[in-house]
Design a protein around this ligand. Structure first.
Ligand SMILES: [Zn+2]
Length: 931
């Protein structure tokens, strides 16, 4: 009671409290809009009193005044430049209420922005309010009384983002109408929002994708009204990672990174990510599995607002608004979770979208396709959290979608506007709790020892933490803690900091709370395990007092021995920068040591690059900035070695699932690795061996069959080519018709490529293709039982052939840590056991982080198989050595396969050694696969 009284005084929203519902003010309304809105809404119950009108303004342009159409017009989508044109027109006409904040550029050079809207008074005090939120986000040194004084004068900021997923086309349209309404409407509800909240709008969170999808829609999909047989979407959105831009835990995407930078400057306590999928409006309430490291306050706030929205929209007579049944609060990797990860509050909607602006008859039930419903449940069924279910079939329009989303967002904003002090105070409280939790609960810190053989991956890890605003320190002197000694140069992440909870979430091992629960994405992401970087949690309170210099950006220190030596060795301790070095040294003869050796006091590991003394100048220029170490050798080395190859490389991509290919492309681009991206047309043309030495087939497609046949050949041709009218098409590949896949004739070309000496490398699920389509006829694939469930756990793998070049740079004689990536369980006949170079020991003990139910089923299954086929090889990874921008510890296995081309089978040794116990098992397997 007390605090709400204070809030009343602080914000003087008495008028709003008297009529918190939508009320029509004495403002002239736009009759044309009302007519359109009514005509485009397919049933009266799909509208609400909040959105069935739009005020006229003689000063401020409506969306129609700038774009030529009202929002929700059938068959119309706006390009990104037009979205920006609208917001800039709005800001120009109402500078007292609107400000466009530039946040950076996308991969393709489009500007990214956040549009801020509030009352004239709030906008005049915008900078002061920003500073207040920043102070509350880091309340160290602030007394409780000082904090309360700041809270009393601080407005919450609520940022809505739409269009992260480009096929979900409604939110970027809706947000323009919302912006206009917030600027011009005089009604108790809008006045209260404008007076008490600073609204931020991120117009399209993937601007490149917005334009590419819009062109695709207008060219190929605008006439599509058959939802049971839909025209597929565009092959690309943004440059690389498609739908995974919402799984981009380390912010590789520039538009997401720009938004994160905005977040860390402005500290909006609320972010609201607008998506489209399930009917009619799902409002996320943060349900199980929940990450217990997040503040408990959050788990009260999320259903608090979601339930209010459900109650309000249902009271307007809108059916199909629900909570609780979709997505969960386990993985921290979704873009909008930047708010919950930083002590804010996250909201997310799924509204029902048609993949464009074409009105169609939608069959809501039966639900089919993965991802439509995680639990296989009927989303038209009544549940306690879905009291007024969506219809089973419905004629659905862009305007319906707009009505639901806009009514929902206005209701969420209204809730925040009614409780501004609670929102701001909770934000402060969560920030303070995060700091205090770091002093109360072990681990109190995480240490990254500075004496690890490869510090370049430690630097990657530290810089990813820094990107998220986490404070990292570097020890100037040795520290002694319960866990041992940490040398000078070690990094320390103390938990008594505002983002201490996030540091814990990212660095600790994930213990899944309940094996019966399902999660929407990965169950594990532990950064140290993923990067093969030692990270030591400390349960020693003294860790908080260790002296450390704040790190802005971490950089591994490179070194090179004295000039004038007969030869140099670049020590291979697994740095991915060895890949960059190889390409930068492409004019120099580089040999690779096939075994470890000693030169004086120096241990030179297998895999190290050996160069003649003449290369000193070039080496020095490249090695030091890359954080690598080159030692001067006393004599030309006598160790067995071979030339480090620079193979002519292609990456194969389907048109129907470019996402995981995009992660591999991103990694190759980051590590300066040249390749051709090839598609079905290039493969079917043949002659592959003349052009390439290695073809990498990343994990893609729903199945092996789907990878081969891809988008079904039905309906009309689907061109993805650049034209004057559709300039965004044809980027990253081009085809007059993207349907049909490589098919059997393409497979035959891949077989010829391998027979003639090429190396085919398959990653993750793509490794089922050589087995199921006869490129590796002796390899069989089976699938685990229905009880098996492994959403991306981190597991132990056993190295079967330690001398194999794939393992250069990895510590010898130890199991490795890998991310579980595929349900293709391979088996090989006993005569080929020697070709298994890594396997999964399986069992619960092999699960290091996250969840694998039925871990016994994967016992002794191959993880990497190196199979001779004709003159060439098929190298099958059932792991994914380039999984998103995450498992840096595994990356080198892929580059090792490239640089050691021609010598990959050197490490396999003689014929299989069959022990007595193995003999029986192998014979059984053999009989099975041949019988
Ligand atoms: Zn989405």
């Amino acid at each position: 009671m007390q605090s709400s009284r204070r809030a009343l005084v602080a914000f003087a929203f008495a008028a709003a409290l008297a009529a918190p519902l939508a009320g029509r003010a004495q403002q002239a309304m736009d009759p044309v809009f009302a007519e359109h809105q009514k005509a485009w809404t397919t049933k009266p119950e799909f509208s609400s009193p909040l959105v069935d009108h739009l005020p006229l303004s003689d000063k401020v342009p409506s969306p129609r005044a700038v774009l030529g159409h009202d929002v929700g017009a059938p068959r119309v989508l706006d390009h990104y430049a037009d979205l920006l044109k609208y917001y800039r027109a709005l800001a120009a006409a109402a500078p007292g209420r609107v400000k466009v904040v530039e946040t950076g550029k996308t991969e393709e050079g489009r500007p990214t922005v956040v549009v801020l809207i509030s009352s004239d008074a709030n906008m005049a005090g915008l900078e002061a309010n920003r500073a207040n939120l920043a102070r509350l986000a880091d309340p160290r040194g602030l007394s409780e009384a000082e904090a309360q004084a700041i809270i009393a004068k601080t407005r919450p900021m609520y940022v809505a983002l739409g269009g992260l997923h480009s096929a979900e086309t409604g939110p970027p349209e809706m947000l323009m109408e919302l912006a206009y309404r917030l600027v011009v409407e005089d009604s108790p509800l809008i006045d209260q929002i404008r007076d008490n909240v600073i609204v931020g709008i991120n117009p399209a969170t993937d601007p490149d994708g917005r334009d590419r999808y819009t062109d695709w829609y207008l060219r190929n999909k605008v006439d599509d009204t058959d939802d049971l047989n839909p025209v597929p979407g565009a092959p690309y959105w943004g440059k690389y990672i498609f739908h995974d831009n919402n799984r981009d835990i380390n912010y590789t995407g520039l538009s997401a990174r720009n938004l994160l930078n905005f977040y860390l400057k402005w500290h909006p306590p609320v972010m609201h990510d607008l998506h489209e999928s399930v009917p009619f409006l799902y409002t996320f309430s943060g349900q199980a599995p929940q990450n217990p490291a997040l503040d408990p306050i959050l788990f009260g706030e999320m259903p608090w607002i979601a339930n209010y929205e459900m109650a309000k929209l249902t009271s307007y007579g809108m059916p199909g608004v629900w909570t609780h049944g979709y997505v969960d609060e386990w993985s921290p990797g979704y873009v909008g979770f930047m708010s919950t990860n930083h002590n804010g509050l996250f909201k997310m909607y799924e509204t029902f979208g048609n993949g464009g602006a074409t009105t169609e008859l939608r069959h809501v039930k039966p639900v089919d396709g993965p991802g439509e419903d995680l639990h296989g449940q009927d989303q038209t069924g009544r549940e306690w959290y879905r009291p007024s279910p969506p219809y089973k079939t419905v004629e659905w329009s862009m305007r319906n979608n707009t009505n639901y989303m806009e009514t929902g967002v206005l209701t969420g904003l209204s809730m925040v506007a009614q409780n501004p002090r609670t929102i701001v105070e909770n934000f402060y409280r969560k920030s303070r709790n995060s700091i205090e939790d770091g002093r109360k609960t072990a681990p109190y810190a995480f240490l990254i020892p500075g004496d690890q053989p490869d510090m370049t991956r430690a630097a990657i890890l530290v810089n990813l933490l820094r990107l998220q605003g986490i404070e990292v320190g570097r020890l100037g002197a040795e520290a002694r803690l319960k866990e041992g000694k940490f040398p000078a140069g070690s990094y320390i992440v103390k938990r008594d900091q505002p983002y201490g909870r996030l540091a814990k979430i990212l660095l600790e091992k994930q213990t899944f709370p309940d094996n019966r629960l399902r999660t929407y994405d990965d169950s594990a992401w532990t950064m140290g395990l993923m990067a093969h970087v030692k990270v030591t949690p400390s349960a020693d309170l003294k860790a908080l007092d260790v002296a450390a210099t704040p790190v802005d950006e971490a950089k591994a220190e490179g070194a090179i021995g004295a000039a004038g030596a007969p030869a140099y060795a670049v020590l291979d301790h697994g740095s991915i920068n060895m890949a960059v070095l190889r390409y930068r040294l492409k004019g120099e003869p580089v040999r690779i040591a096939e075994a470890a050796f000693k030169d004086g006091q120096t241990d030179v590991p297998a895999g190290s690059f050996l160069l003649d003394g003449k290369a000193y100048g070039t080496l020095k220029r490249e090695v030091v900035p890359l954080g690598l170490t080159a030692v001067a050798l006393k004599a030309k080395p006598s160790v067995a070695s071979h030339e480090a190859a620079l193979p002519r490389l292609a990456v194969y991509s389907t048109w129907g699932s470019t996402q995981n290919v995009g992660w591999v492309r991103y990694a190759f681009d980051q590590f300066e690795t040249p390749y051709d991206l090839i598609f079905k047309d290039e493969v079917k043309k043949g002659g592959l061996r003349a052009k390439y030495d290695v073809i990498v087939v990343p994990s893609q497609g729903r199945s092996a069959k789907n990878l081969v046949f891809d988008i079904p050949v039905r309906g009309k041709p689907l061109p993805y080519t650049k034209t004057a009218q559709y300039p965004t098409q044809g980027a990253y590949g081009s085809s007059p018709d993207i349907r049909g896949g490589m098919g059997l004739s393409g497979l035959e070309e891949l077989r010829k490529f391998v027979e003639a000496g090429g190396v085919l490398i398959t990653l993750g699920e793509a490794s089922a293709v050589p087995a199921e389509f006869g490129l590796a006829p002796d390899v069989e694939v089976s699938r685990p039982s229905k009880a098996f469930y492994a959403p991306g756990p981190i597991v132990t793998a056993k190295v079967e052939k330690p001398a194999h070049p794939i393992f250069y740079g990895y510590p010898q004689g130890q199991p490795l840590t890998v991310r579980w990536a595929s349900t293709a369980l391979l088996s090989l006949p006993v005569r080929d056991q020697n070709d298994v170079i890594m396997s999964f020991p399986g069992g619960d003990k092999s699960v290091q982080s996250g969840l694998m139910v039925g871990a016994a089923e994967v016992k002794d299954r191959p993880a990497i198989v190196d199979l001779p086929v004709g003159q060439g090889q098929v190298l099958m990874f059932t792991t994914n050595p380039v999984y998103r921008w995450q498992n840096f510890g595994e990356f080198r296995m892929l580059w090792n396969a490239l640089f050691n081309l021609g010598h990959l089978r050197d490490g396999l040794g003689g014929p299989p050694v069959i022990t007595d116990s193995a003999k029986d098992d192998d014979r059984k397997d053999d009989a099975k696969s041949e019988g």
